[in-house]
Design a protein around this ligand. Sequence first.
Ligand SMILES: Cc1ncc(COP(=O)(O)O)c(C=O)c1O
Length: 448
Amino acid sequence: MAETHVQSVVLSGTKRNVGDDFGSDDFIMTKKSAALKMWNDDPVEALASARHEFGEHGGVNMSIEASATFTVMEPETMRRMFSGELGPDRDFFIYSRHFNPTVLNLSRQMAALEGTEAAYCTASGMSAISSVLMQLCSSGENVVASPCLYGGTHALLTHFLPRACNITTTFVDVRDLDKVKDAIVEGKTKVLYVEAMSNPTLTVANIPELSRIAHDKGVMLVVDNTFAPMVISPARLGADVVVHSISKYISGGADIIAGAICGPASLIKSMMDLHQGPLMILGPTMNAKVAFELSERIPHLGLRMKEHCHRALVYATRMKKLGLKVIYPGLEEHPQHTLLKSMANREYGFGGILCVDMETEERANRLMHHLQNYTEFGFMAVSLGYYETLMSCSGSSTSSEMNAEEKELAGISPGLVRMSIGYSGSLEQRWSQFEKALARIQDGKNCS
Ligand SMILES: Cc1ncc(COP(=O)(O)O)c(C=O)c1O
């Protein structure tokens, strides 16, 4: 019970010493020395410096706190917890829609990964995005956003937020920095929103310049880093908030839907406010068992990303040699290749997604059909970051929320095949499967 835990922080399974002097925000923050140091660090080093939670019985892994509710010894304690006087910083927990120790642990890992002061995890990437936008913007206020966004986010900004919250969005090509400056209305625009590497067009955002523009105008830069964890660290480059669909690379298993908001401790605390915070009021809560699963996968995210990125670069280079129209930020002719090189963390590469533009939906479908059903190169499925290669024709799937004009503006051709390159099997085995499928469609043969 909470009263006894206050004196027994070592027994509660953390490395923390009884005498350690932690500030009041420490419970949501990644280890302080690491937080200061990590700005120059590899994300893997920052993760290794974050606090390691041990299990209740000394297990190397933390115990799962599976309780929805937490008991107290004295009725007065309940009042003090609800007034905010006693909280997770002193090991007082109320209800798992609010703070849960296991979700908090994953959140500290996410903060370390992204180099932010704090983070909190949610039940999906969309709930992380919608909650943070609803926290940062009020009725009558505005978001300036790139038109090249995941279809769900585009629909949230285009339809849901104006209808339900009177929050409008001005879409602007964020590659044109002057247009971004002109689109921001000081006092009214609260958020500049981009994807670090856009879904599905793989446009890379100039985060240092966009953050400079945002900050000059008193606006927060929110970056979705779902496509490039480890590869890009948006907060290190000036972003205020980093959001994730953990469902993708961070999970890696295509078996969990989850999200995260990484940012300043003050933002995370306000979003967790017991009486008014959107994470408490809207309830996009992550389950503790899911949080435990995910915290076991984060330590090998770096290794997985290196292999995804290595194979994507090799395949993109070879596909180009075969005369295919490939979009991949690791290729020198990609318009933001030099920019990405200047922003990327060393040794992770240029991302694990590549696109092949087959020009028509019919040709795109034929390629995917042969790659899945004839040579078993990968699966026709949406999503990304899985150990198997996943392929989808974006215009008719994950970007189908957009109308034809919006797709054209975002640069999504009807024949664009997005491939999330997996690492199962050997690189050469998979490449021969790709070549065989391509030869088959070039011969005009159909799969029987
Ligand atoms: C870039 C990006 N952001 C956010 C999301 C939404 O995440 P989730 O499916 O976890 O809600 C997706 C999903 O495809 C995505 O690709």
